[in-house]
Design a protein around this ligand. Sequence first.
Ligand SMILES: [Zn+2]
Length: 245
Amino acid sequence: MSSQKGATAGPTDAKVLAPLPNVDKYSQIVTRFAPNPDFVLHIGSLRAVFLSHDYARMYKGKFILRFEDTDPRLKRSVIEYYGQIEKDVKWLGCQWDEEYIMSDRVPIYYEYAEKALGQGFAFVCTCEPDQFKAIIESGRACPHRSKSPAESLAQWHKMLSGELKEGEAVVRVKTETTHPNPAVRDWPAFRSSGRVQVSGLASVQLLSRGRRSSDGCYSYHSGKGASDQRGQADLPLQAHGLVVS
Ligand SMILES: [Zn+2]
């Protein structure tokens, strides 16, 4: 980064990471690599693994490995890939400090979703995707943003029960509707998956037990659509990019 260094650096000099901006503002630097266990790592994953790991070490911070496995439709996770990814990240020499599996934490996400909705920091949006996109790209708020927390909570419970089906409702976190990056304007935290067969907690527990079997033999109940032979659980809601610290 620095032109002074650039002037003296030779081809054999060790490369160092550019410093991160504003690090003084934070008590600790925490990074995470968050693969979806729907496949093994590929060459494109390496950049994220190395940068996350090396920056954490550079600032004596914390490096987290987090499995994003709460999308049963588009990124259906496969049990074998959890271990394979762990093995590959270790092989790269990037030992993590903490590991989280998002599907294990869905009850926590539900709890925080309820808190955010109840306090008016989030809302349930039932806009058509194209309609919402047009509104938010023009820097305005969708009509559902101004509803009361009680209304949002009532709809949230309908999402949980399956009364609001796939594509019919999204929980959005309130942010600046004029934020320079349109992707973070009232971003979606949960959406109905339309795959409700059992209660969320029951299905999450099934997945957790399967994941943690030590003998490598996954026995799942086949009834009620709670899971299948690959150890999948159908979660009633899909959590996206939710960070709970
Ligand atoms: Zn809306």
